[in-house]
Design a binder for this molecule. Structure first.
Ligand code: HEM
Length: 494
């Protein structure tokens, strides 16, 4: 049975899978998983196709780089929102991730300086401390056992330590103190994440949204929310606006809470606009100056949610690829010794190790933790001959763009050398952090965090496969692209 929505794509002359009544393509996606569904559809329908999600607006999938350049950058103002489920995000409702239109622009503008080069440089000691803690824990594990370990656990604890210190200014050692109240609550907080099947159902049946608050359904457990609200109130009360000794995000947000612009010693951001935000300055047309307590709380929480699993997965997969390809691991180790020797790692010297960047990029290309992102069309817009009506959802199939042989030769092969010459590939064919003014705000913090820990581990240990390593790994089907398990063996280099 053809639906009204399917008819829309027919009229636009856009191919795509025929939908089931009510549930659209939900079953196919559920069966194949988002990343495999993307690959199958690209093979069948090409780079631009449409599918229909039950009662939700139609979804136009755009894997074509020229169209994406328009949607994500040139025509950004007509596509600045992401799909947002209202009513059951609890305190996350006010986070930058869940805001729309000018409200989003205002909050994003206010918190962007917290991620500037100057601020990140000041955060290095926090990340350095967490990566030293990680190294110590690994040394102990190797000394006390056979060196075989579940990398997801090891890197999960590290990612948790980094977020606790950079977001909340709290030092925890999740390896040693897994029962700390903060960690226990943070872990519960992360159980229901973007990968939850509730999200998938709501994406396809958004008319059910209105029921959620009545059913008391929220992504986050009420007690966990209360815990974080209380902690944030307490920590904010202790903070003095403008305190330059503290550089965690809570402090940086407190600094702009009442409309002050934060530190005046802020060095101009050298990379943020040039690298990926495309230089388009966001208009600041919101009616108030500062940000509210609710926005601070929501953002502190979203930094947890958005930064934890993504980082853990990337480190786990990078270690896996280095174990499976010891020749690349040796090359990375050699370059680390050539460029840094046994000197301490700093924000600057680590940026000189080009091969580290290449290994991480290639990991994120083959295995982007977020396999897709999206935008909503806000105003009828013609993009490269396709007339996109207001209200249509745009899905950006990051995974299939990264695995498209038109973009990458032998896309399934792990070859860090592809990233040797940065200018050789179009940035719209490599989008692990999204692209344009609404890209990942934590991108450079994540890169620093990934580099610090991977560099320290490769300098200290040989990462090896063992009899329990699953090659290739089993990947979760419709969540973040996460291996179900990842056992590797570490051997200390004497
Ligand atoms: C390897 C690590 C990470 C990956 C792969 C990743 C990936 C992404 C992607 C694909 C998006 C959507 C971008 C778009 O739609 O164009 C995103 C958004 C976002 N990320 Fe990340 N992320 C990572 C780490 C982090 C960290 C460490 C933080 C926070 C400290 C963070 C905070 C956010 C936020 C707040 C958004 C929403 C931005 C907005 O709507 O304005 N992410 N991330």
């Amino acid at each position: 049975m053809m639906s009204r929505h399917h008819g829309t794509f027919k009229k636009l002359n856009i191919p795509g899978p025929a939908p089931w009544p009510i549930i659209g393509s939900l079953m196919e996606i559920n069966k194949a998983g988002f990343h495999s569904f993307q690959l199958e559809c690209r093979k069948k329908y090409g780079k631009i196709y449409g599918y229909f999600g039950g009662l939700s607006p139609q979804t136009l999938v755009v894997g074509d780089k020229e169209m994406l350049r328009k949607i994500l950058v040139k025509e950004f103002n007509n596509f600045s929102d992401r799909i947002i489920f209202k009513g059951f995000n609890g305190d996350l409702e006010s986070s930058v991730n869940n805001l729309k239109g000018n409200h989003w622009k205002h909050v994003r503008n206010k918190i962007t300086p917290a991620f500037s080069t100057g601020k990140l440089r000041k955060m290095v000691p926090l990340v350095d401390y967490a990566s030293d803690t990680l190294l110590e824990a690994l040394r102990k594990k190797v000394k006390d056992g056979d060196g075989v370990m579940e990398m997801l656990e090891v890197y999960g604890a590290y990612a948790m330590d980094v977020i606790c210190s950079t977001a909340f200014g709290i030092q925890v050692d999740s390896q040693q103190n897994p029962n700390d109240e903060f960690i226990v609550n943070a872990k519960k907080f992360m159980i229901l994440n973007f990968s939850s099947s509730i999200i998938l159902i709501l994406m396809f049946l958004p008319k059910l949204h209105f029921l959620m608050p009545f059913l008391g359904w929220s992504f986050i457990d009420k007690h966990v929310q209360k815990f974080f609200r209380n902690v944030t109130v307490k920590l904010l009360d202790e903070r003095v606006a403008g305190n330059k000794d503290r550089v965690d995000f809570l402090q940086l947000m407190k600094n702009v809470q009442h409309g002050e612009d934060g530190d005046s010693d802020e060095e101009e951001d050298d990379d943020i606009d040039k690298e990926n935000v495309s230089g388009s300055k966001l208009p600041n047309s919101w009616y108030r100056k500062g940000i509210t307590f609710k926005e601070i709380l929501g953002n502190a929480e979203i930094f947890f949610l958005a930064g934890y699993e993504t980082t853990m997965i990337t480190l786990t997969m990078a270690s896996y690829y280095l174990a499976v390809h010891p020749e690349y691991q040796d090359k990375l180790r050699r370059e680390l010794f050539d460029k840094i020797g046994s000197e301490p790692l700093t924000y600057d010297n680590i940026r000189n190790v080009a091969y580290l960047d290449m290994v991480i990029n290639e990991t994120l290309r083959i295995n982007p933790p977020a396999t897709r992102t999206d935008r909503v069309c806000l105003k009828d817009t013609e993009v490269n001959g396709v007339r996109i009506p207001a209200g249509m959802h745009i899905s950006i199939p990051i995974y299939s763009i990264h695995h498209d042989p038109d973009n990458w030769e032998d896309p399934e092969k792990f070859i860090p050398e592809r990233f040797e010459d940065k200018d050789r590939h179009d940035p719209l064919t490599f989008l692990p952090f999204g692209y344009g003014p609404r890209n990942c705000i934590g991108m450079r913090l994540a890169q620093m965090e990934l580099k610090m820990s991977l560099a320290k581990i490769v300098r200290t240990f040989q990462i090896c496969v063992c009899s329990e390593t699953k090659i290739p790994p089993d990947l979760a089907t419709f969540s973040l692209l996460k291996p179900k398990m990842s056992k590797l063996k570490l051997v200390e280099i004497k």
